[in-house]
Design a protein around this ligand. Structure first.
Ligand code: ADE
Length: 252
C-alpha cells in the first residue's frame, strides 16, 4: 500500500517541481508513494482569499490565520493522518524520525510562509518539525527535505542494501567508496577492495566507518553501544590515529 502524502502550501510549484525529478518521481510512478499538493489559498478568506493578517499587539510581519489551515486540514485529514507543521522551533528532524514517518500511512505537511503562524494552529497538528537551527523563508523546503528522506525508505524504493548500510542507518558514517580508475592522480584504490576477500573487505569497511565517524562525528560513537568486533577495530583505529599524530582524536 502506498504512503499517502498531502502538502498544504501557498506555493504548490515549489513542492511539485523537485518531486517530479529523479528518484522521487520514480517512487511515485511505481505507486510506492502518492503525493498531492494543495494550494492553501483555495481556503483563503474573502474576496482576496486572504490567508494572513497583522499580529495582535503590534509587531513586524504577517501571521498565518488559523481558519484557512483548519479548512484545509478538514479537507485532507483522516483518522490515520499524521499532521506535521514545519517550524524552526520544532523537533529536530533526523533519520530515526524519517524511519518512523516511512512506517505511517498518511502524512500531511503544513508549510507556513510569512513571519509565523497563529498560535492556535499548533493545536491542530500532531508534530512540529525543524530541519535545523536556521530560519528559512517558509516550510516548503523543509517539507521537501523530509518527504525525500522518508519516501526513499519505503520498501522497494531503492536497493535495500543502500538504506541498511548508509550513514546513520548503522549509527555510523558510511565507509569510503571507490570506483574506476584504479589510480587517480597518484591515489590508488585501497588494495584490499580489489583482493576478492569478502570477509577482509567487510572488516575494512567497518573499520573505516569507525575511523570516519570518530574523526567527523565522535558524538555518534559516544551515543552508540559497540559490538566486540567494533570495539576491537575502534581500539586499532585510535592507536593508528594517535600514531599518525592526529591531535583531533584522543587515543582511548
Ligand atoms: N521554517 C523556517 N525555517 C525552518 C526550519 N529550519 N525548519 C522547519 N521549518 C522552517
Amino acid at each position: 500500500m502506498a504512503l499517502e502524502i498531502d502538502v498544504i502550501t501557498l506555493f504548490p510549484a515549489m513542492i511539485r517541481a523537485p518531486l517530479g525529478e529523479s528518484i522521487p518521481a520514480r517512487i511515485q510512478e511505481r505507486g510506492l508513494a502518492e503525493i498531492r499538493v494543495h494550494d492553501l489559498r483555495e481556503w483563503g478568506l474573502g474576496r482576496h482569499s486572504s490567508v494572513d493578517d497583522y499580529t495582535y499587539g503590534g509587531g513586524a510581519g504577517m501571521v498565518l490565520r488559523p481558519e484557512p489551515v483548519a479548512a484545509a486540514l478538514a479537507h485532507v485529514r483522516r483518522p490515520d493522518s499524521t499532521v506535521i507543521l514545519l517550524d524552526p522551533g520544532g523537533e529536530r528532524f533526523g533519520q530515526a524520525r524519517a524511519h518512523d514517518l516511512a512506517g505511517r500511512t498518511h502524512l500531511v505537511f503544513v508549510c507556513p510562509r510569512y513571519e509565523g503562524v497563529d498560535e492556535r494552529i499548533r493545536s491542530m497538528v500532531d508534530l512540529e518539525v525543524s530541519i535545523g537551527d536556521y530560519v528559512l523563508t517558509g516550510g516548503e523546503l523543509p517539507a521537501l527535505v523530509i518527504i525525500d528522506a522518508v519516501i526513499r525508505l519505503l520498501p522497494g524504493a531503492i536497493d535495500a542494501e543502500s538504506t541498511t548500510e548508509e550513514s546513520f542507518a548503522t549509527g555510523l558514517l558510511e565507509y569510503p567508496q571507490y570506483t574506476r580508475p584504479a589510480t587517480f592522480e597518484g591515489h590508488p584504490v585501497p588494495p584490499i577492495l580489489v583482493s576478492g576477500d569478502h570477509g577482509a573487505v567487510r572488516r575494512w569497511r567497518l573499520k573505516e566507518s569507525l575511523r570516519r565517524t570518530l574523526r567527523l562525528r565522535p558524538d555518534l560513537i559516544a551515543d552508540r553501544p559497540l559490538t566486540r568486533d567494533e570495539a576491537r577495530l575502534l581500539a586499532e583505529v585510535r592507536l593508528e590515529e594517535a600514531a599518525a599524530g592526529d591531535d583531533d582524536v584522543a587515543p582511548g
